[in-house]
Design a protein around this ligand. Structure first.
Ligand code: ATR
Length: 281
């Protein structure tokens, strides 16, 4: 594609940003669909965040994604924060509409779409164990709590963080907090385990956040990690006859939701999955 003065501009801000797969997914989708847009990654330090946001607006960007460590602090620089993002307490997508900066969050809904389309699971009345209580757990936990699940146990290394998240989720469902080492009992009664920590992520493929012997056949085990595609946790789960789901689909579906907001068009979801798989090969 030739870059001219009329090309549409979107991108992502984070720190660091070098390993982000998003530019591949987006620019490939634009090129294959002959859409005159580009997606640019920007490494923005926390001190420069306000200036960077103002700069993207001044440069005529249609919007931008926000990743670690700016998902919470970016809210200070926006004109509006939509309900989903306010409930999660973080923004991953900004839409710039006639000079107004509108923050939303597509992580939670992207996760649910990926989980349901790949596993067919019916979330209503399920008992769920969520490993971790950070930003990713907050997005996924909020979306699940609103999807009509029966009960969520948040298991974390630091109990206070799990307690904070549990009390947020009690607005929509029953929720409790436990220390990671006390996961055995809640896991026995659960039908879905969701792993949101960085434990098991490349290059630490051998690490498993829990004792694999707690896993059982009645579980669907979902790991938000997509590199490697099969973490040690997912490998152990498979060996015990559980259903497994990885984080690749979430990355694509959260992007697809942003695509609809920025372009008002249908994203090529299958192609985005193929691009991501190629970039990880
Ligand atoms: P993210 O935005 O990816 O969720 P985060 O907000 O920094 O990242 O949260 C990281 C999560 O992974 C937390 O739940 C963290 O546990 P603590 O609250 O105890 O810090 C968890 N985590 C990170 N490294 C871990 C490890 N080695 N063992 C167990 N949990 C870990």
């Amino acid at each position: 594609m030739r870059i001219t003065g009329t090309v549409g501009k979107v991108g992502v801000i984070g720190h660091p940003i070098g390993h982000s797969k998003s530019p591949h997914i987006w620019n490939d989708a634009f090129a294959k669909q002959h859409i005159p847009y580009i997606y640019l990654p920007f490494d923005v330090t926390p001190t420069d965040l306000g200036q960077a946001v103002a700069g993207l607006k001044a440069l005529g960007f249609r919007g931008f994604n926000v990743t670690v460590p700016h998902k919470v602090s970016v809210m200070d620089f926006l004109d509006e924060v939509e309900k989903e993002a306010a409930e999660i307490g973080a923004v991953n997508t900004v839409i710039i509409d006639q000079g107004r900066l509108i923050g939303t969050n597509t992580d939670g809904e992207g996760y649910i779409q990926s989980l349901q389309s790949e596993t067919g699971i019916d979330l209503r009345e399920r008992r769920i164990v969520l490993l971790g209580a950070g930003g990713a757990a907050r997005a996924v936990g909020t979306a699940l709590a609103k999807a009509g699940v029966a009960h969520i146990t948040i298991a974390n290394r630091t109990l206070i963080k799990a307690e904070e998240l549990a009390s947020r989720l009690r607005r929509w469902t029953q929720a409790e907090a436990v220390l990671l080492e006390h996961i055995a009992v809640p896991l026995k009664e659960a039908s879905l385990l969701i792993q949101t920590t960085s434990v098991g992520m490349s290059p630490h493929e051998e690490a498993c956040p829990i004792d694999p012997d707690y896993l059982h056949q009645g579980l669907t085990v979902s790991d938000l990690i997509y590199h490697p595609r099969e973490t040690r946790l997912l490998h152990e789960a498979k060996l015990r006859g559980a259903h497994v789901h990885n984080g690749l689909g979430m990355l694509v579906h959260q992007a697809a939701l942003a695509y609809r907001r920025w372009l008002g068009a249908e994203p090529p979801v299958q192609q985005m999955v193929a691009t991501l798989e190629r970039s990880l090969a």
